[in-house]
Design a protein around this ligand. Sequence first.
Ligand code: IPE
Ligand code: IPE
Ligand code: MG
Length: 248
Amino acid sequence: MAPQRIDRRALPRHIGIIMDGNGRWANQRGWERTRGHKAGSKAVRKVVKACRRWGVEVLTLYAFSAQNWGRPDFEVKALMDLLAEFIAREWEEIMERGIRVVHLGELRKVPVEVRKRLLSLEKASRKNRDMTLALALSYGSREELLRASRNLARRVSEGKLLPRDLDLSTIDKALYTSRLPDPDLIIRTGGEMRLSNFLLWQSAYAELYFSKVLWPDFTTEHLRLAIVDYQSRKRRFGLTDEQIQDRL
Ligand code: IPE
Ligand code: IPE
Ligand code: MG
């Protein structure tokens, strides 16, 4: 059977990927976990290029969670070094391909070298229009909601916002993702079926796709399969089939 092709007219606008399984990939080979992270960072490139080629508007990559700070120091350091390397290595290609880079997460905790490089890339790429690559780094969805709540509470206490004027869009705008559409498709590699604090608010109606493939082994072919699967789903957003048909 010929492989099913992606329908370019029905692409997910925003794909989020939980890139999991680096440690297990390395362990299976009797190697240190950090070698898995290195292989994982290499797998990113092709996936970004494929999304850009297919016409996905936003790709969010979960690179490091707020909870990942609790890992052993040498692993955290290795991950941060790889991030800095990734930015330097991919800079030219990101600019050539018209990709805008943004970050989601608490950057203040990130080592200054990585932070500086990331902020420079964001600045340099801010006018690029062909795709947005959002890096969720030092990101936790609960932490994001807590930060938004604090900011909104401050505005209320200063009399700049009335509680009755607070609505869903006020909350959307207070999140790191304020300028991004909600994710349509969340992919998690590595076989676990959980979200691990990733875009909890924003994923209210996202389609979820779980792959057993460990992140370093994830290819554009696996991504294609995920998108084809997404395109076979029927999204209803709480309505009936008939209502959805009428809207099309
Ligand atoms: C994902 O791989 C990368 C990060 C969380 C930074 P893991 O390091 O979680 O790999 P496993 O889940 O232990 O295999
Ligand atoms: C989620 O993976 C975070 C990233 C992929 C960056 P984890 O490996 O940290 O998640 P848990 O611990 O299995 O839930
Ligand atoms: Mg993991």
